[in-house]
Design a protein around this ligand. Structure first.
Ligand code: DSN
Length: 456
């Protein structure tokens, strides 16, 4: 059952021919505007990124690379892809860029294909310790082609001393010495701390391994100067363009010149066919946006907001994995708040009140990945919408109230109403409905959604 009408504006007018899809888009626009988006891997792209993603470049086949295509008519497309590659190189200080991967997972697969032979050993972070499926999870095809050995984090320290749950470099060095990996993967999807490339490089060099840094999560923080840039120390860096980088959904690879040919061949024709040039145009837009001074300010506010949110949630009684955060995400251990509350139930209760996040295993979680003892939250999206530290304090309080009083419908309705009001004050797309988002034009659009608010 869908309801509503897609907002006015060019896309709205064009979609009049398909009221069912138009209504679904309208419903999703309503959801994104009236509920809190705290999924650590999501963001609100700019109208310019949306316009490029929805452009007529989607019509064009362009297998190959700029100036070496298998189809005619790619004069303009070549310029688009060259622009995206040059902007990616400039943004990260890289020697080579491949902007064709459809996703972060595709980018990671391409690197493995480029640098490894089937059966080679790879040292990467275990999924249940914060790593990604493509870091060799038994459920991923990566583990059927290559031999993954997993490293993890140090044990949590309950009282006093360092909180622990940081990448265990001693364990990694031992594993590297014993297993002699051909590739070491740095990077994670649920790790609330800065990841320095130096110790990975040292361990990789000690055994003659390549180093791949999976920067899917911190790419925007790296571009914004609030996370160290791993490009100089890594053979290859993969990233997604839609998380903290705030671009279209997709992946990209930057690497040393010596790996350029192997990487390009692995992406096409190794793994993919025709590139999504409309998405590549949107990546170019995002790279330019991320190179501006405003983006540095945005990245700083993302991290500041995460720190404030972490401290406020700790006051509500949640344990922060690793004791806090210094990036855009935090991982909550629910057991100190309520030992009977699972991540699954907490996610469902919070969905009911309009707070969108995801359940996540915490390191050494006694519960399954489907149930979990943890929640993962991030501040990238709502910072884009203009929220600041005061809002983070209120969000923590709303989460605490909703979960503490989860059996009381009246309380939950009250929390839902407060969430809606908070979202009304910080609309991600204030021009939605007036044609702003729907503009198919690639003309420059000033600013990004919601970023009109004063910093911090
Ligand atoms: N699904 C992404 C995330 O949420 O971190 C990783 O692929």
């Amino acid at each position: 059952m869908v309801s509503g009408t897609f907002p006015s504006g060019p896309f709205g007018a064009w979609l009049a021919s398909d009221p069912e899809v138009a209504a679904l888009l309208s419903d999703e626009a309503e959801r994104q505007s009236t509920t809190l988006q705290l999924i650590a891997s999501e963001n609100f792209t700019s109208p310019a990124v949306l316009a490029a993603t929805g452009s007529l470049l989607t019509n064009k086949y362009a297998e190959g690379y700029p100036h070496r295509r298998y189809y005619g008519g790619n004069q303009v497309i070549d310029e688009v892809e060259d622009l995206a590659r040059e902007r990616a190189k400039a943004l990260f200080g890289a020697e080579h860029a491949n902007v064709q991967p459809h996703s972060g997972a595709s980018a990671n697969l391409a690197v493995y294909q480029a640098l490894l032979d089937p059966g080679d050993t790879v040292l990467a972070m275990r999924l249940d310790q914060g790593g990604h499926l493509t870091h060799g999870s038994p459920a991923s095809i990566t583990s059927r082609i290559w031999r993954f050995v997993g490293y993890g984090v140090t044990p949590a320290v309950a009282d006093g001393g360092h909180p622990g749950e940081l990448i265990d470099f001693d364990q990694m060095a031992d594993l590297a010495k014993r297993e002699r990996p051909r590739l070491i993967v740095a990077g994670a999807t649920a790790y609330p701390r800065v990841i320095e490339a130096e110790p990975f490089r040292e361990i990789a060099d000690s055994v003659g391994a390549y180093l791949m840094f999976d920067a899917a999560h911190p790419a925007g923080l790296i571009a914004g100067g609030v996370h160290p840039n791993p490009v100089g120390l890594s053979d290859v860096v993969t990233f997604t363009t839609h998380k903290t980088l705030r671009g279209p959904r997709g992946g990209a690879i930057v690497c040393r010149a010596e790996h350029a040919k192997a990487i390009d061949q692995a992406v096409f024709p190794g793994l993919q066919g025709g590139p999504l040039e409309h998405v590549i145009a949107a990546k170019a837009v995002a790279f330019a946006e991320a190179s501006r001074p405003e983006f540095r300010d945005y990245a700083r506010r993302v991290v500041d907001n995460a720190r404030v949110l972490a401290a406020a949630l700790a006051q509500q009684g949640f344990r922060l994995v690793s004791g806090g955060t210094d990036n855009h995400l935090l991982l909550l251990d629910l057991r100190t708040f309520d030992e009977d509350l699972t991540g699954k139930e907490a996610q469902e209760v919070l969905d009911r009140v309009g707070i969108t996040l995801n359940r996540n295993q915490i390191p050494d979680d006694p519960r399954t990945p489907f149930t979990t003892s943890g929640l993962r939250l991030g501040t990238a999206a709502e910072t884009t919408a203009g929220m600041g530290p005061a809002d983070m304090g209120q969000i923590a309080s709303l989460i605490g109230t909703a979960l503490r009083r989860r059996g009381d419908d009246q309380v939950l309705d009250g929390v839902r109403a407060t969430v809606a009001e908070l979202c009304r004050l910080h609309p991600p797309y204030p021009d939605l409905g007036a044609g702003g988002v729907g503009s198919p034009s690639l003309a420059p659009v000033d600013g990004v959604p919601g970023d009109r608010s004063a910093p911090g």
